[in-house]
Design a protein. Sequence first.
Length: 265
Amino acid sequence: MKYEGVLTKMRTEIKDVVQYYLIWENDFINMNQLINKKISLNFLRYQCLNCGLEKKIYRQGFCYDCFSSIPQAGDWVINPELSKAHLDQEDRDLEFEKRAQLTPHVVYLANSSDVKVGVTRRNQIPTRWIDQGAHEAIEIVEVPNRYLAGITEVALKDHVSDKTNWRKMLTNDILDLNLEEEREKLKEFIPEEAKEYYLANNKETEIKFPVLEFPEKVKSLNLVKNPFYEGVLKGIKGQYLIFNDGTVFNIRGNEGLVVELNVLV
Ligand SMILES: [Zn+2]
C-alpha cells in the first residue's frame, strides 16, 4: 500500500486505547493497524497548509509569509494571555479572533512526563491531552474566554511547569500522580478574576496509548535532512510515531511536508 499527501496532525479518538488516523486528501489510515508493520516515509516537497504553495515550512505547517500574516498564527495562539478580542481589539482579524477567543476555555493539568499546566478550548478536550501524550489529565478552571485562561496559566506557571519533556514521555519514564491533589494545591494561586470558575469536582481522565514497546533511548527523525526512513512501527504516543530502532517521528512537528508512506509488510 502506498499513500502520498501532505502531513497534518493525526486525528484521534479516545477508546480503550487511543485510535489514530492519518488523513489524506481522499483517504485516511487508521495508524493503529500499522503497528508491528514495516513502513517507509519519503519526503517529497513542502506544501504550506494555508496558501498551498511549495514554500519552506516555517512553523505550524505554514510558510513564513502565512505564519506572519494569518489570524490562526497570531501571538495569542501560543500566548493566550495576549488575547484581546474580549476588549474588541484586533490583532490580525477581529472576527476570526472573536470566534476563536470568546468561547469556553479550560486550564488543565496534564501529566505526560512531569505535570504541566496548559490552556485549550473546551471542545479540544481530550484531543489536546492526547496530542501531548498525557497519560492523565484534569481540568482546573473553565472560563468564558481565552484571555482569562491565559492569565490563569501564567499565574500557575510559577508553581508548575508548562513544558513537556518529550524524551521522558516517549521512553515512558513517567509517574502516576493524584492530579486532584495537585489541583487542590494550585487553587490558591488562581487569579481573582478566574477564581469563580474553579472546577472542584472534575475527575482525572486516564489515557492509554497504542504502544507495544517503548524505546530506552529516542532519536528524532528529521525527514527534511534525511528524506528516506524505513522501520517497524512499534507504537504511537502524543503525535509521535515510535519505531523499533528508537527513532521517533513527530507528525505534528512536520505538518506541511508532502510525503510518500509505504506499508511494506
Ligand atoms: Zn503559505
